[in-house]
Design a protein around this ligand. Sequence first.
Ligand code: GRF
Length: 204
Amino acid sequence: MTKAKNVAIFISGRGSNMEALMHNCKDDPLINFCLVFSNNASAQGLEIAQNFGVETKAFNKKEFESADAFDDAIIALLREKEIDLVCLAGYMAIVSAKVIHAFPNKIINIHPSLLPSFPGLNVQQKAIDYGVKVAGCTVHFIDEKVDHGPIITQKSVEVNHNDTQETLTEKILVQEHKIYSEALKLFCHDKLEIIDRIVHVNNI
Ligand code: GRF
């Protein structure tokens, strides 16, 4: 019998993906939400996490004497809580190579484009400006390059001629909430295997 995974979620803002993960996976016996970390003590999502009864922690790189000391604090926190998986959910900071190496293939991210198209920020507007007819979202393992690691799952949405950044963002967000929850379940049920950057998925 597979052991339940201890999951941490990293946020910086409103935390709608975090909330969707907690809501959609709350009855899964293999998923144990242990920690929500934010690099922004005012993140709205922190209160939502507390309402779910999940412990929260917030600290920022600027509070440390060096980036390395901040990374050490993150690693110590994750080790203390015996975290098996970190879900980045609107975490507006680059995760350093040191943290990635401390938790290899144990950090996943949601990105609001169909990678490898449109890595980076403001990608819904970039998709509209480019004139794509299909946009979407991606859940992927992170590696040292931004929005680059092995892809777990993706979902497309149509882009219509009258879409604005707001309408496209909302359409994509609905799909983000679904596919991130599915990806979390797959990971926690040991259904994901990475071979040469290809993520092989065995359905639950
Ligand atoms: C989402 O669009 C996510 O894909 C991106 O940042 C946004 C965070 O939104 N990485 P929320 O905080 O989950 O509501």
